[in-house]
Design a protein around this ligand. Structure first.
Ligand code: AP5
Length: 213
């Protein structure tokens, strides 16, 4: 099954992805995580992406598309995948659709997590992430058992550079301009389910899973 998680920065895509990918038994593929790993390793793609990410802008389509198509061609993605943070533009959506067509496959569902801008800013300004496994935490709504340490893998928690308020505002503007048109695009294809993304994490997870059945 091929599923896309759509939502603004901070909507909870990463938070929901772990349970959802387990439920679907497919890998969770997050383009933001791929870029952060590429930056850490100092690869060409990582170096290209760095400036865009720090400014809260989108990395150019040709770079993201190349990286994503390479990732979904890997053996672990042959029975499906859960995409988080891709597509973010109409051109990215069309490339994904072309790649699926070439494999006689289709996108099964798009789950759109809808969260207000005020809540998104609160979430991102308090977010901490595990450097090792990328698990997200929140200073007040989802704190780790031991401050600064990941509950899952004991990795070190850090705050993302692009979670500073000014960069968050830029990212939200980019979402409205470049990514929000995908809501209509996938609605018109009859594959989008809108899930209210505020409230209890487990309740949201149940709604997402129910929308897939
Ligand atoms: P990326 O890493 O994809 O960032 P994003 O989309 O901005 O999304 P986030 O990871 O910030 O948020 P999330 O929805 O996963 O929320 P989370 O679960 O962590 O992209 C980063 C950059 O990479 C982009 O700006 C761009 O430069 C580049 N990039 C990536 N993909 C690209 C593409 N396709 N094209 C071009 N450029 C690309 O939750 C957030 C916080 O809220 C956490 O603290 C969490 O604990 C808390 N939380 C979650 N759920 C709840 C809840 N129900 N109630 C209360 N708090 C909650």
């Amino acid at each position: 099954m091929q599923v896309v998680l759509l939502g603004a920065p901070g909507a909870g895509k990463g938070t929901q992805a772990e349970a959802l990918s387990k439920h679907l038994n497919v890998p969770h593929i997050a383009t933001g995580d791929l870029f952060r790993a590429a930056r850490q390793s100092g690869t060409e793609i990582g170096n290209i992406a760095a400036g865009y990410m720090d400014r809260g802008e989108l990395v150019p389509d040709e770079v993201v598309i190349r990286m994503l198509l390479e990732r979904i061609s890997q053996p672990d993605a042959q029975n499906g995948y859960l995409l988080d943070g891709f597509p973010r533009t109409l051109d990215q959506a069309k490339s994904l659709s072309d790649a699926l067509d070439q494999n006689n496959s289709t996108l099964d569902a798009v789950l759109y997590l809808n969260v207000s801008n005020e809540e998104l800013v609160t979430r991102l300004s308090g977010r901490w992430i595990c450097r090792k496994c990328q698990a997200p935490y929140h200073a007040t709504s989802a704190p780790p058992a031991k401050a600064g340490t990941c509950d899952r893998c004991s990795g070190e928690l850090y705050q993302r550079e692009d979670d500073q308020e000014e960069t968050v505002r830029t990212r939200l503007g980019v979402f409205e301009k470049d990514t929000a048109p995908l809501i209509q695009y996938y609605t018109s294809q009859g594959i989008l389910s809108e899930i209210p993304g505020e409230g209890d994490v487990k309740d949201i997870e149940s709604k997402m899973i129910s929308s897939l059945s």
